[in-house]
Design a protein around this ligand. Structure first.
Ligand SMILES: Nc1ncnc2c1ncn2[C@@H]1O[C@H](COP(=O)(O)OP(=O)(O)OP(=O)(O)O)[C@@H](O)[C@H]1O
Ligand SMILES: [Mg+2]
Length: 256
């Protein structure tokens, strides 16, 4: 059996992509699915959010994998959590992206790497950068599903049409089986009517593709990465942790 591959993407910055990737992977692993999180953003927020220091002594990373200098299997590191592995990255991934631009197979580096480990996992989650870059296209080509987190704020859907265009192009040119897994409303603030309005707008646009679970704006979610842990390990009773747990069940249901 090969893994179900899900990329988490939105070219808008700071909408909760990394938070969603780290915590979805955490709860999938907790539900006994063998899970690999691939940090494919040069910012390396998923890497540091899991307590791995990007600056010091990271031997193998996605940078080497993209450049063809290391096998994916060789750079994968176990996390503190059972069934939860991480393929870390460093800021040099940005240089690697530039370097491969003029090379062969620049669009399928990630897909080809994932194929070599796919049988070892139930789920592979890819955290992507806030851009429609070559890295993002690699992520879309490597995936079965695209997961779109949208911040319930003003301008939430800005850029989404462009993202869906890119997705369509990828489907037409390289990966016809790519599916939109769903749209997740993040940083939902119950105290303002804006969040509710934006959530309604998302539902109007995406209909049943909108996840029923919304992720509340919750200080424990924001604090967890500074302790290098997913929110479920930091404070499993927090509203944010409970929401990610529930959201994970929806993902499991949709990918059955
Ligand atoms: N539900 C939440 N409640 C409170 N803070 C949150 C929540 N989700 C994310 N944050 C915080 O908001 C910031 C942006 O989140 P995150 O890094 O997950 O977004 P991103 O889309 O990955 O950003 P980028 O585009 O830079 O990669 C982070 O500081 C994160 O801790
Ligand atoms: Mg991020």
């Amino acid at each position: 059996m090969s893994a179900k591959v899900i990329c988490v993407t939105n070219q808008k910055g700071g909408v909760g992509k990394t938070t969603t990737a780290v915590n979805l992977a955490y709860y999938l692993a907790k539900d006994k699915f063998k899970t690999l999180l691939i940090d494919f953003d040069p910012q390396g927020n998923a890497t540091s959010g899991l307590g791995i220091d990007k600056a010091n002594g990271l031997e193998g990373t996605m940078t080497e994998v993209v450049l063809g200098e290391a096998k994916l299997e060789a750079i994968i590191k176990p996390t503190k959590y059972k069934n939860y592995d991480l393929a870390p990255t460093t800021p040099e991934l940005a240089n690697a992206e530039v370097e491969i631009t003029s090379q062969n197979k620049k669009f399928t580096r990630l897909r080809d790497a994932i194929r070599t480990v796919s049988d070892n996992y139930d789920y592979i989650i890819i955290d992507l950068p806030p851009s429609l870059s070559l890295l993002t296209v690699n992520g879309m080509i490597a995936s079965n599903y695209l997961l779109l987190p949208v911040q319930t704020e003003f301008y939430a859907l800005e850029g989404v049409a462009q993202l869906l265009e890119s997705m369509k192009l990828v489907m037409k040119q390289a990966n016809p089986s790519l599916k939109l897994l769903g749209v997740l409303a993040t940083m939902y603030d119950r105290r303002t009517s804006l969040s509710a309005q934006v959530y309604d707008e998302i539902k109007k646009y995406f209909k049943q593709l909108t996840f029923k679970t919304t992720i509340p704006r919750n200080v424990r979610v924001a604090e967890a990465p500074s302790h290098g842990v997913p929110v479920g390990a930091y404070d499993k009773f927090s509203k944010g942790a409970k929401a990610y747990k529930e959201f994970t069940k929806e993902v499991e249901e949709r990918t059955k």
